[in-house]
Design a protein around this ligand. Structure first.
Ligand code: MF3
Ligand code: CO
Ligand code: CO
Length: 274
């Protein structure tokens, strides 16, 4: 099937759009690199948010996509620039002056920037001081789960291949995959089609085509996969209050494989070079 006859042609980016996605992706990745030296015991998650805000707005001349996002239907818009999810917080943790990082914590920072109308969305784990063996293993498994999903991506493969690869690997490590939150198409729209489930069956769902852009962002729990939403209507925690970890990249499907638009220099991405 060529891109003219595809029912999903609205999801296929033009060469010009792809170039803008590359820029937005690089900026989002740069925020994670920039914030790393500020992350230590004693700092509040709101301080980290302020640093990211100033960097995105003043240095990158970009727009923080999460700030003011997702209001309506009885929920207030997200009040910050980054999501800061500590320990048993699965995702969408709200930065706060009272949340002071301490030795042994694990922190996920999720950042999305808009540049020239296009979104770049990425997140990673940070360790505060000496993490437990469980915490380090959980974070490593979440990162490897993301890579296992990315490895399936190429023109002609299926969305279901991603979730199947992630679920198989995570469960083989005796951890669980969160079901209620998923990856997403991304471009001028923050959360677009297709939904990218991090569990499921290979060979099912949408067929991938070169030029599609979406995120893979598995959340991996040490205990049960079930989650609970706190009263602020944003913060998602594990139902059993055990640890959770997540990694996220924004990706471009190519004819031969995949381009990681939010790649960072601290990653070993040699298995993805084409
Ligand atoms: N960046 C998150 C994602 O990966 C979305 C956060 S929306 C927010 O899709 F409003 F909570 F910031
Ligand atoms: Co995302
Ligand atoms: Co994100």
């Amino acid at each position: 099937m060529n891109s003219f006859s595809s029912p999903n042609r609205h999801l296929i980016k033009s060469p010009e759009a792809i170039e803008k996605m590359r820029v937005a992706g690089r900026l989002a990745a740069d925020v994670l690199m920039m914030i790393k030296p500020y992350i230590k015991a004693g700092v509040s998650t709101l301080e980290l948010d302020k640093i990211c805000h100033d960097y995105i707005v003043n240095e990158q001349d970009a727009i923080p996509a999460c700030l003011g996002y997702g209001g309506g239907h009885g929920r207030k818009p997200f009040p910050a620039v980054i999501c800061t999810s500590v320990n048993h917080v699965v995702c969408h943790g709200i930065p706060s002056e009272s949340k002071i990082l301490k030795n042994g914590d694990i922190l996920n920072i999720d950042v999305t920037v808009i540049k020239d109308g296009y979104h770049g969305d990425t997140n990673m784990m940070f360790m505060i001081g000496e993490p437990s063996i469980l915490a380090s293993r959980l974070s490593a498994v979440a990162q490897e789960a993301m890579y296992k999903g990315i490895e399936t991506v190429k023109a002609g493969s299926y969305v279901g291949d991603i979730g199947a690869a992630i679920q198989k690997y995570v469960e083989s490590e005796r951890f669980s995959v969160v079901r209620e939150y998923c990856g997403h198409g991304i471009g001028t729209v923050f959360h677009d089609d297709p939904q990218i489930l991090h569990y499921g069956k290979a060979g099912t769902g949408m067929r991938l085509e070169a030029g599609m852009t979406f995120t893979i962002e598995p959340m991996v729990n040490a205990g049960v996969w079930q989650t609970r939403l706190l009263g602020d209507n944003w913060t998602v925690v594990t139902k059993d209050h055990k640890l959770s970890a997540q990694y996220e990249h924004t990706l471009l499907v190519t004819e031969t494989g995949v381009e990681i638009l939010t790649a960072r220099p601290d990653e070993d991405l040699s298995r993805f070079t084409q």
